[in-house]
Design a protein around this ligand. Structure first.
Ligand code: SF4
Length: 223
C-alpha cells in the first residue's frame, strides 16, 4: 500500500515537521474548541451522570488499552503467530463453514479485543498499523491520524481525560517491527462490516490470496 503522511494540520502523530513553524492546538492558545462550544450550547440539566464520559467510558478502562500500546511489539509478534494459526486452520473453517463458526469466533474476538484494546468491532481491524491503539476509540473515529484538537498534554479534545488514541498509536508504532505501516492511508470505515469478525475476514482473504498465487504459479509452470 502506498505510504503517505498523516494529516498534517496542527498536532499530528508525526509531530511538527522539522523546519516548520510548530502549530499549537486551539486548546493551548486559548481559542474556543468545538467541544467547548458544544458544551456551552448544551441544554442545562440537573442530571449530570457521575464518573461517566460523554461516550460512557470510565477512565480506569483506559489502563488495559494503554498497557497494550506499551507492549505493542510483543502483541505484534503474538498477533502474527495467531494469524498464522488461524490461516493454518482455514481448511477446518472451510469444512465447518465460515458462516457456522462466525458466532463463536465473534464471541471470543469481541471479548478478547474488547478487554485488550476497547475494540468496537468495526470488522476491519487495523491495529497492526496503529501501534495497537484502536482508532475507533477516537470520538471522531478518525482512521488516518489525529484531528487538530489534540490538547497540549496529548489528551483528546472531546474527552479531556482520555489520551488521544493517535498520540498513543504513534508511540506504539515506534516500538513495532512494522511500525511504519502507520503511514499507510486507510480507507474510510465500511459501516456495513460492523459487528463482524475481522479475524475470519483476514483469514479468508489471506487463504484466497494464497490459493490465487498457487493457481498462477501452477499455470506458469504448465505454460
Ligand atoms: S480497528 Fe476495529 S476491529 Fe480492530 S480493535 Fe479497533 S474496532 Fe476492533
Amino acid at each position: 500500500m502506498a505510504s503517505a503522511p498523516l494529516q498534517s494540520q496542527s498536532t499530528t502523530a508525526k509531530g511538527p515537521a522539522s523546519g516548520d513553524t510548530p502549530v499549537v492546538p486551539p486548546s493551548a492558545t486559548g481559542t474556543t474548541t468545538q467541544a467547548a462550544m458544544v458544551k456551552k450550547t448544551a441544554p442545562k440539566s440537573d442530571y449530570n451522570p457521575a464518573d461517566v464520559s460523554p461516550q460512557r467510558r470510565v477512565q480506569r478502562s483506559y489502563s488495559v488499552r494503554l498497557w497494550s500500546v506499551r507492549h505493542s511489539r510483543l502483541l505484534e509478534w503474538v498477533y502474527g503467530r495467531f494469524a498464522d494459526t488461524f490461516l493454518l486452520l482455514h481448511p477446518l473453517w472451510k469444512a465447518i463453514g465460515y458462516g457456522r463458526v462466525e458466532a463463536p469466533v465473534k464471541f471470543v474476538e469481541k471479548r478478547v479485543k474488547g478487554l485488550m484494546f476497547d475494540c468496537r468491532m468495526c470488522g476491519q481491524c487495523i491495529l497492526s498499523s496503529t501501534g495497537m491503539s484502536c482508532p475507533m476509540n477516537c470520538p471522531k473515529q478518525l482512521r488516518n491520524g489525529p484531528c487538530g484538537g489534540v490538547r497540549a498534554n496529548g489528551n483528546c479534545e472531546v474527552e479531556p481525560d482520555m489520551p488521544c488514541v493517535w498520540v498513543k498509536a504513534w508511540e506504539g508504532s515506534r516500538t513495532m517491527v512494522r511500525g511504519d505501516a502507520i503511514l499507510n492511508v486507510q480507507n474510510p470505515v465500511d459501516q456495513s462490516l460492523r459487528e463482524t469478525s475481522a479475524w475470519l475476514r483476514v483469514t479468508a482473504q489471506a487463504a484466497a490470496a494464497r490459493e490465487q498465487a498457487k493457481a498462477s504459479s501452477d499455470m506458469g509452470a504448465a505454460a
